[in-house]
Design a protein. Sequence first.
Length: 276
Amino acid sequence: MSAPIGAFDSGLGGLTVIRALRERLPAERIVYIGDTAHVPYGGRPAEEIQAFSLAITRYLVETHSAKAIVVPCNTATSAAVPLLREVFPHLPIIGTEPGVKPAARATRTGVVGVLATVGTLNGDRMAQLVSTFAEGVTVLKQPCPRWVELVEAGKFDTPETEDAVRDCVGPLLSRNADVLVLGCTHFPALTPLIARVAGAGVTIIDTTEAVVRRVTDVVPAAPPGSVGGLTLYATGTDIERFASGADYLLGAGNSIPPVGIGELRTFGGYRGIVLN
Ligand code: DGL
């Protein structure tokens, strides 16, 4: 069996990227960990996220022989990817960053809004992205911690979620933003709702496709004839909720079978449940 790609996020959000990765690279095996015992990552100190990210990456490398690590999490990328690259210098590690560069190119009003976690918005990498790619553009930073909670709760399109989307998007629109950057991998799960609230004329940017392209560029492909697959772990106890959110985000109706709840395992100090 060929070596898998390892991936992790705080919970369900990263599956928005995994879905696209599976569609593009169906022969790859992917082992994904939703660190639901610690979700949300967004308000945590960087040191804590580094500790979680290191433990998970070690597990993916040592137990699953992962040939690369994808971090479909803007917050963990900002806090921990530089450290992961130091600790695992020979391992391809692909992070996820807010699409500030395409947003700065797309805006006509000169105002863009970045929707992300507090950790991502306050991180050094965000400051670098703005100073490198958005000179002369007003970049409004909008934290939306409630959106992460709602996605984790499976409330993808409810009146409560619509209110939460309005609360974050409204202030950006009233300051004339015409581009919204989804700087958290949980947020593409709400794209139809965000688009409805923002209305025509507002461009929504997410970096899912950019991450998939980067993976196809730098990760050695599975040998010909390989059979792909997806193994999901969740570290938290509310496994039914994780499984049903995963079914929704992985896209019922595409070629991916629904996840089933499988065996309980322990790994790297975590108790996890293997799905599918
Ligand atoms: N999905 C994550 C991100 O892209 C983390 C959200 C959270 O746990 O706060 O930032």
